[in-house]
Design a binder for this molecule. Sequence first.
Ligand code: 26W
Length: 818
Amino acid sequence: MDTHAAPVPAASGAAALRDLILRKLTYTLGKLPSEARDRDWFVATAMAVRDHITERFLKQMQETRGREGKHVYYLSLEFLIGRLLRENVHNLGMAEDLRAALADLGVTPDQARLAEPDAALGNGGLGRLAACFLESMSSLSIPAFGYGIRYDHGLFRQILRDGWQQEFPEDWLSFGNPWEFARPEIRHRIGFGGEVVAEARPDGSEKLTWQPGEWVDAVAYDTPVVGWRGKHVNLLRLWRARAPDPLRLDAFNRGDHVGALGEQVRAEAISKVLYPADDSPAGQELRLRQEYFFTSAALQDLVRRQLRQAGTVTTLADRASIQLNDTHPAIAVAELMRILIDEHDLPWAEAWRITRGAISYTNHTLLPEALESWPVPLMERLLPRHMQIIYAINAEHLDAVRAAHPGDDALLASVSLIGEDHGRRVRMGQLAFVGSHKVNGVSALHTGLMRETVFRDLHALHPDRIVNRTNGISFRRWLMQCNPGLTSLLTDALGPTVLDDSMRLEALRPFADDAAFRGRYAAAKRANKEALAVLVQEQTGVRIDPAALFDVQIKRIHEYKRQLLNVLQTVALYEAIRAQPMRDWTPVVKIFSGKAAPGYHRAKLIIKLACDVARTVNRDPAVRGLLKVVFLPNYNVTAAETIVPAADLSEQISTAGMEASGTGNMKLALNGALTIGTLDGATVEMADRIGAEHMFLFGLSASEVEEKRAAGWHGAQAVDASDTLAEVLEAIGSGVFSPDDHGRYRELVDSLRGNDWFMVAADFDAYVAAQQRAAALYREPEAWRRAAVLNTAAMGWFSADRAIAEYAAGIWGVPTAS
Ligand code: 26W
């Protein structure tokens, strides 16, 4: 057989596609078309589409074999992918063929599309960024692998029972996953525990080797990621944990049927479930096992590829860029050192040069409670060899600091990889910093704060290491696929090149002054709002008027994101309308959606408050037609794809200095929502490009927040100065919205009168005033639409393609295709 033969092409065209889908349905699923459910049509269609992707992938492999350039390895504990059918079909340019093929089979594209489960292998912004970045790397033809964990269960399903969040397991794999290839032959052995043994080398030096006490296998599952216009395909390789010896037959034969499976249960727990905590360290041993598991599997995998292609590890840093998505894979620094030194006998200095040359690290949060650190005793027990290596890295690092700054013990304590504050702990941020050639923040403001706060002293020692890479979003998913109405308007106005170069959106500016264009733009928005109104009615039973101002806050529920501020303003508006029902009010629909970490009591209480307020408001005839409040349950990528195109007003109201970047802010503005927000994260850079006059900015700046906290701010000062705030807090605190439990919100209200850490009371009046500006502008539809068009026009820079091109040029040193 000719082993160099090209892969068998998947025939193209609608008729061939129809036949292919039918063959998948018949021979892979074993179903007759007459029996097929929507789910079956989805699986058969996805498999047919996958064939097309695979064909391209194999061709690409054949073409580049022996000439593989530098690869990017994006290590992330989270990939918040959502659905893939529409993305893959769109990127392959197969949408029309597929529509025709399915129509021939009596199926609508939506029937197949809506049956796809939402792959939620992530919590929020960090995980979704990883998914957008993978798509961009493929679109820019950068050879890359995403590495992560194939969780059996992704982020929990949120149900609101009487307004209280309840979590239910999510089961995205229950009907199989047609996108992935199981690769049982790609398997790496991951060790835990055990001991380090020393033996003398012939030259008298000591060789240390780790002898783990426990082994777990990492098995690869590959999902191809096809870039825009099908140019390039990369792989997302997710690892599943398996026991090397799943059934202990000796135990089984002794009659210990449960004990025989114990090892399997313990091993496979590692890839069972995504940790649902966002911005707070889990602290459990299982989390550390997850982190080491996928990091080690990824490094073993890429070192093996290096050896296959280059025959030596010494050129690894020239052929591999390893990007750490936050500190979750930071153990990579020690693991790569262990592999190079213990397994490939490299001298320390050379191993360190390679490690630092290959690795770089992205920080996504400054919240102190989210900075990972692991107790030294736990590390010593689970990863004894790594702990030795970390001590050695630290010794060398501190020696250099001592030499440059003799006698400065405070400095040593601050930059040490081992913290002594709450018992001895390994600080993963410091480890990642020291082991990287570049460390980046995700917005200009956040990067500046990194330099001034958490990494202040390390930054002074290494002033060139921290760089900024402002986040970006996939315009394919967050404009072209989720908002086809607006997209066709844009291509009509600007030509099809806008689909390939997002900066072409700049040319839209003059259209803001074109009344006919504004009319079409408003019609597209209106259609999207009607679609959202249908979803809201289905999910909550509440009818909303698409003509009203849709005021949207969609993101994880967290105190620093200040959903509470939004709820307080909602109550203020409610009371104002009741007091003066005949005034000329702007009809508003307040839309909230987001999940709280299961153990985050305060966040769950805020959801309950939003729901209590919604119930009271929605059944009060006094505000009928003027105010509606909805909390859409189970926010996920799929829900966002309907909400984002329909929003008029985008809530980006975090306490300044606390939101590292935000990416929902970008998605909403791109789709023509005006932003009401603080000068935080990437919203600052959005204002630079959009113009603050086309947004509703308000509130304390990051430095003002800092000053107020330092001066011992108390919210009571703001409450005393604002009748509106006092009335709102009185109503909430006294049980107006919780007649079944008058005291429910006491603690919440007290915290605002107390230290008001998140400056909710401090920013309240300014926020209410900004809301009034927004409501007033909405009453001038032409002016509102003009501002919306200018928002879309200014957002081109926030494409993930721009962000990835910046990583490629300044951090990875890899060429991009365009
Ligand atoms: C250790 C527990 C834990 C889990 C997740 C700590 C921290 C995290 C993430 C870093 C939280 C996160 O998702 N951060 C978000 O990252 C986005 C992408 O850069 C930013 O846009 C958001 O502002 C930031 O909150």
